[in-house]
Every structure is written in structure tokens, then in C-alpha cells.
Ligand binder design. Structure first.
Ligand code: C5P
Length: 242
């Protein structure tokens, strides 16, 4: 998957707000500083799907972060419905059956499937408690390789994992990283954070940013500052390649 040329298209704003009216107000405030929005359970299950369709009709891109996991037939048809609404990204859990069915459901559309390898709230003890024989690192690597072999379009990962995962999945798959904090902003509950510039330098293709934008006094300015940081690093990378 080719990385977008415009740095603005590499910022995904997480619309983690409680209602459609809050989301509408936030999108209006951010205005042209962002082109790509992520909608999760909170907004999606509170009327956010018609709102998402409206964003797409208005020319924005939408990432539905629903982390789907079910039997193959259900996944395939659910994913096809998301493809029909015109979303750009959709997350599924990185189980082989689920990933294969999602790829089938998205076939022929512009929808790109992202796999979540291991939730970042899980540590080795949580995996053992859930019955897994692998620790986090090996399980992430195994699932990333499976996602690549199945034809998944990208992975959601922490910026710290990006450089390693690039080695597993190659250039074709998109690495989408939350846990982004501009210098000086509050970490909140994120434990492993990087600045936008460092995450792009580490190999992230897309940055997912929520609170540093939606809780800022000036959301548009906060989004624009991140886009500027992405632009600076990508310009440096292009110079180094020449
Ligand atoms: O507010 P903040 O920038 O921390 O928001 C990050 C977004 O990325 C949230 O919507 C969160 O659910 C999502 N996310 C994450 N870590 C993951 C997967 C998704 O923070 N491993």
C-alpha cells in the first residue's frame, strides 16, 4: 500500500467523543487541518455510522476501529457492508480465520483491512491467563507474519514496534500507530508514547491522535502542528534518499 504523498493524509484524528453533535462540532473546528477520522465503539454505537457516511460524502476518509472478530461468514458479510459504506480502514483481530474472511469481504472495494496483533493493554501475564503459550513479542511477530501472508493491508502497532514490524511485513503493509504525543503534551493512560516526528522516523505510515487534538484549546492548531511535524520529517527522509 503506497504511503500518501500529502502529510495531512497521514494524520488520523481519533474522534473519541460521546455524541454525534460533539463529533460534528469537533470536525468543524478542525476544519481543513485533517482529512482522516477514526471512529470507535463510543461514537460508532451512538449514531456514529450515519455520521461516518456523511463524513465520507463530504470528502473525508474514515477509519472504523471496530476490532471485529467472529466466525468467517459473519466477518465476510459485515466487512462487505463496511466496504459498501465507503470507509477507508477497518480493524479486525489478527486471528487467521478472521483475517482471511475480512480480506474476502473487502475484495474489489477500496476498504483496507488493518489487523490488531495483540492489544497493547495485554502483557505476558494477561496472555498466560487467557491460555496462550506465547509471550507478547513472539505472538505479535507470529500474527504480523500471518497477516502479511493472508494479504492484510496493514497493522495497528505501537510506534516502538514499528521498526521491528517493518522487518517482518516489508514496505507494502501500512503501519498505523496510536500512542502519539507531541512534545510537552500529557501522556494520559498511554504507556509507550512517541512524538509525531519520532514515530514517522521509526517507520509509521499513519499516526492516530486523539486527546492531544480533541482536548486541545485549539484543535485545528494542534492538528496542523502535527501535520507540519510529519511534513518536516518526510522532507528530511526524501532528501536522504536522493
Ligand atoms: O487520545 P489518544 O491519542 O491516546 O487516542 C489514541 C486512540 O488510539 C484511541 O482511540 C485508542 O482507542 C486507540 N488505540 C490505542 N492503542 C491501541 C489501539 C488503539 O490507543 N493499541
Amino acid at each position: 500500500m503506497a504511503v500518501p504523498l500529502d502529510p495531512r493524509d497521514r494524520l488520523i484524528v481519533a474522534l473519541d467523543v460521546p455524541s454525534v453533535s460533539d463529533a460534528e462540532a469537533m470536525v468543524a473546528r478542525i476544519d481543513s487541518a485533517a482529512t482522516f477520522y477514526k471512529i470507535g465503539y463510543q461514537l460508532g454505537l451512538a449514531g456514529g455510522l450515519p455520521f461516518a457516511a456523511g463524513l465520507i460524502a463530504a470528502g473525508k476518509q474514515v477509519f472504523l476501529d471496530f476490532k471485529l472478530h467472529d466466525i468467517g461468514n459473519t466477518i465476510k458479510h459485515g466487512v462487505a457492508s463496511v466496504a459498501n459504506m465507503g470507509a477507508t480502514f477497518l480493524t479486525v483481530h489478527a486471528y487467521p480465520q478472521t483475517m482471511k474472511a475480512a480480506v474476502e469481504g473487502a475484495r474489489g472495494s477500496n476498504l483496507r483491512i488493518l489487523a490488531v496483533t495483540v492489544l497493547t493493554s495485554y502483557d505476558d501475564n494477561d496472555l498466560a491467563e487467557a491460555g496462550y503459550g506465547l509471550t507478547v513479542g513472539p505472538l505479535v511477530a507470529r500474527r504480523a507474519a500471518q497477516a502479511r501472508d493472508i494479504g492484510i493491508d496493514g497493522l495497528v502497532c505501537s510506534p516502538e514496534e514499528a521498526a521491528n514490524l517493518r522487518g517482518v511485513v516489508g514496505r507494502e503493509m501500512a503501519l498505523v500507530t496510536p500512542g502519539i504525543r507531541p512534545a510537552g503534551s500529557a501522556a494520559g493512560d498511554q504507556k509507550r508514547i512517541m512524538t509525531p516526528a519520532r514515530a514517522i522516523a521509526a517507520g509509521a505510515d499513519y499516526l492516530v491522535v486523539g486527546r492531544p487534538i480533541v482536548e486541545a484549546a485549539d484543535p485545528r492548531g494542534a492538528a496542523q502542528a502535527i501535520v507540519d511535524e510529519i511534513a518536516q520529517v518526510t522532507a528530511q527522509q526524501q532528501q536522504q534518499q536522493q
